[in-house]
Design a protein around this ligand. Structure first.
Ligand SMILES: N[C@@H](CCC(=O)N[C@@H](CS)C(=O)NCC(=O)O)C(=O)O
Length: 205
């Protein structure tokens, strides 16, 4: 039997969360290896791009969360078979990666510097990406990003919108999603209520 070990931070969110949910949807057991930030700092140089998540498949390491989403998503019925729908799914996965890379510049800042960086992001890249994602959702009929059903794109967008809405990010208004991307608010509720997602969280509690 193939063995899977997914290494990421000990949080119910971030880049590994859609992969964890997809593993659950696929009914595949995996080692959910959660590390603390100090452990990450200690071990990151041994990681291919000094980043997490990493996924070991029978001991062979793979990086890049979107590649993991696609691979595990296919096994869990969460990735479109149709080429064009797969492209729509990939577009959303890639857009979230680009947005996360814009966010990273504000990490580690404090005080006025943090506020200035976050204000700029809120009015700039975050607004641009949320509006773009809202357009993409509309293109797909308003409910899902691809295939008219839940895919890994919905999971990755959902995890990210939850992050914005949750108030965890200093200086990012919690109504930022509602203001820029009203369809994404309903989308987050739809995804949160999906049996794939509720089933995953029930399995963890
Ligand atoms: N494109 C990579 C990005 C990975 C990435 O940036 N991971 C973050 C955590 S979510 C990280 O390890 N950051 C450490 C750093 O940049 O110092 C992926 O999608 O897996």
């Amino acid at each position: 039997m193939t063995t899977y070990k997914l290494t990421y931070f000990d949080m119910n969110g971030g880049r590994a969360e859609p992969v964890r949910i997809a593993f659950h949807a696929a009914g595949i057991e995996f080692e959910d290896h959660r590390i603390s930030f100090p452990e990450f700092i200690e071990t990151r140089k041994s990681m291919r791009f000094h980043c997490v998540p990493t996924l070991e498949i029978d001991g062979t390491v793979v990086t890049q969360s979107n590649a993991m989403c696609r691979h595990v998503g296919k096994k869990g019925g969460l990735y479109p078979e149709d080429d064009l729908q797969a492209m729509y799914c990939d577009e959303a996965l890639g857009a979230i990666e680009d947005l996360l890379h814009q966010m990273v510049g504000s990490f580690g800042l404090e005080g006025d510097e943090l506020k200035a960086a976050r204000d700029k992001l809120a009015d700039g890249w975050i607004a641009i990406f949320l509006k773009g994602l809202n357009d993409m959702l509309e293109r797909g009929g308003g409910e899902y990003f691809a295939d008219g059903r839940l895919t890994v794109a919905d999971l990755k967008v959902y995890v990210t919108t939850q992050w914005f809405i949750s108030g965890q990010l200093d200086h990012i208004p919690t109504d930022i999603v509602e203001k820029n991307a009203p369809l994404l608010v309903e989308h987050a509720e739809r995804v949160a209520a999906d049996p794939v997602v509720t089933g995953y969280y029930a399995s963890r509690s």
